[in-house]
Every structure is written in structure tokens, then in C-alpha cells.
Design a protein around this ligand. Structure first.
Ligand SMILES: [Zn+2]
Length: 319
């Protein structure tokens, strides 16, 4: 099959687009800004135009394209390809698949972006072909995607796999964007880690290099400072690892996936994150789960979204 797949990773500020071979090689990838004006009504138009421009630039015709897969930032109705809600884009019950197909004249398939990233890792990344896989993305928020028997688990209203909203702090938790309190996202996202650090500094008189960063402190600074032996920074990393290990252990006790892939900006801490999380994970998981479910850091980085989206198109429109 020498046709190309189109993978689109729709984000709140930029949209990543890629032409990808049937076998998962990225042939060409680029980004366009996401135009959120007028409730995002130009988004599908801009994507279609950008695809046409790129085809022309590469001297290819639309016949070269098999179909489009897209990851979108919100819960998706898997029957209609509509977005139930994407707060960032001002969409409610938005017929994304239908509009994308009209604008591009190509068949399209839409899935939630965290699920799509999980598929990308399954196909070409740390998942290495595993058919039972969970992906946790520690970024601005905490996203989750669950693949069971090679299928994305979507749930009755597209909200399955919301690992970021597992409650880990049951009393006096921070308020979460979702309206609840004490969600994993409030302590394990990039801002959550910084918040834990701020709290630790406030509750301690001990000297810590973390104080030098002031308002500029990032989650990366917390991990770097911990790696250098700073006691407070180490305590913050331990706390984060406890919450994350607890949440994914309880999830793994239900699913017993082959692998749990941890991605997103916070995961760049690599082994400094993986080791303590794995230790809590083993403490809180059912022995048979602890012995068979592995943890790994994501390897696809920013490409997981476009690759996963392309896999969906291949799965839906391929032979
Ligand atoms: Zn929440």
C-alpha cells in the first residue's frame, strides 16, 4: 500500500499535521496555529487548506491520501465523531468528523487526544505493539488513554481513561479544572508538581535551592534539584511518586495491562521519576499485577499524537 495516511493532533494553540506511510513512517510533518476565534469555526477549514498546500508543495494529488485520523482535546462520541465538549476551543456537541470530511473531501476518524497518544505509543513507541496498554500523559494537565485488546476504551460518554481525575487526595485537596478536588492532575501535572513544591517550602524552615527559583520554578527544576540531593525537592518528588504510583496501581489492578507508558513534559525526568513511581506502584498493586505489568517512559514525544491518529485512519480505512 503506497497511499499515505494523514495524522492530525489538534491542540489548543497549535495543530500538528503529518503525512505518514501505511507502515508508520513519518514522511512529512508540520504545524499550523489553531485559530480559536469565532468558536473555532475556521479550524477544519485551515487544516483542509494546509493539507492541500502541502500536497501541492510535494507534487502529490489528493489520491495519494487514504484518510485522516485526528486526536481532539475533549471527549468524543465514538459513533458520530462529534466532540461532546472542548472547553479550550469553545465547542459543545461539535460535528468535527462531519465538518472535516466536508472540508477535506477525505474520510475522517476522530478520537480523544490522550487516547490517540496511547495508540501512537502502542504502534511505534514504548508500547512496542502491546495490545493491552495504558498511557498517562503528565503535561499541563494529566491525560490518560486505555487500550484493551487493541481497542480504545471510550466508555458510555467518551470519558473512560480519565486517569488525571482519579481522586488521590481525599481531604483538603486542591480544586481541579474538572470541578472536583484532589484529582491526580492537581498534584502530578507540571503545575501540580510546582504547587507541591510551593506547599513544601511554605511548611518548612529548611534551606532549599528550590527557594532560589521563586515564581519561575518549573517541574523540571524540582527534579533537577532533587537529583542534586536537595532534601525538600526529594520529598516533593517522593510525594508526587506516591500519588502517581497509587493511582496507576489501582488502575492496573482493574486492567492488568502489559505496559503503562508515562509521557508528557514531567516524564522528561526519566529514571528519576520512573524508579520511585515503580516502587510505589509495586507496593499498591495486586501481586500478580505487580509481577506482570511494566512501567516505561514514553518514547514518541510530540509525534505520538500524529502517529496514533494515522493508525486510526489505517485501521478504519485500510485494507
Ligand atoms: Zn479533576
Amino acid at each position: 500500500m503506497d497511499k499515505w495516511l494523514v495524522g492530525v493532533d489538534l491542540g489548543g494553540t497549535t495543530t500538528k499535521i503529518a503525512f505518514i506511510s501505511y507502515y508508520g513512517e513519518i514522511i512529512h510533518k508540520w504545524e499550523i496555529p489553531t485559530d480559536r476565534s469565532d468558536h473555532g469555526k475556521n479550524i477544519t477549514i485551515n487544516i483542509a487548506k494546509s493539507i492541500d498546500d502541502k500536497l501541492e508543495e510535494l507534487g502529490q494529488s489528493k489520491n495519494k491520501l487514504l484518510g485522516i485520523g485526528m486526536g481532539a482535546p475533549g471527549p468524543v462520541n465514538s459513533h458520530t465523531g462529534a466532540i461532546f465538549e472542548a472547553v479550550n476551543l469553545g465547542w459543545t456537541n461539535y460535528p468535527l468528523k462531519q465538518l472535516l470530511e466536508v472540508e477535506t473531501a477525505l474520510p475522517a476518524v476522530i478520537e480523544n487526544d490522550a487516547n490517540v497518544a496511547a495508540i501512537g505509543e502502542m504502534w511505534k513507541g514504548a508500547g512496542n505493539g502491546a495490545k493491552d496498554l495504558v498511557c498517562v500523559t503528565l503535561g499541563t494537565g494529566v491525560g490518560g488513554g486505555v487500550i484493551a485488546n487493541g481497542h480504545v476504551v471510550t466508555g458510555i460518554s467518551g470519558a473512560a481513561g480519565e486517569i488525571g481525575h482519579i481522586t488521590v487526595v481525599t481531604e483538603n485537596g486542591y480544586s481541579c479544572n474538572c470541578g472536583k478536588k484532589g484529582c491526580l492532575e492537581t498534584v502530578a501535572s507540571a503545575t501540580g508538581v510546582v504547587r507541591l513544591a510551593g506547599e513544601a517550602l511554605l511548611n518548612s524552615e529548611e534551606p532549599s535551592k528550590l527557594r532560589d527559583f521563586g515564581e519561575e520554578l518549573t517541574s523540571k527544576d524540582v527534579f533537577d534539584t532533587a537529583a542534586a540531593g536537595d532534601v525538600i525537592a526529594m520529598a516533593v518528588c517522593d510525594k508526587l511518586s506516591f500519588y502517581l504510583g497509587l493511582a496507576i496501581a489501582n488502575m492496573a489492578n482493574v486492567l492488568n495491562p502489559e505496559i503503562i507508558v508515562i509521557g508528557g513534559g514531567v516524564s522528561k525526568a526519566g529514571d528519576g521519576l520512573l524508579r520511585p513511581v515503580d516502587s510505589y506502584f509495586k507496593q499498591f498493586s495486586f501481586p500478580r499485577v505487580a509481577a506482570s505489568t511494566k512501567l516505561a517512559i514514553a518514547t514518541m514525544g510530540n509525534d505520538a499524537g500524529v502517529l496514533g491518529a494515522a493508525w486510526l485512519a489505517k485501521n478504519e480505512f485500510g485494507e
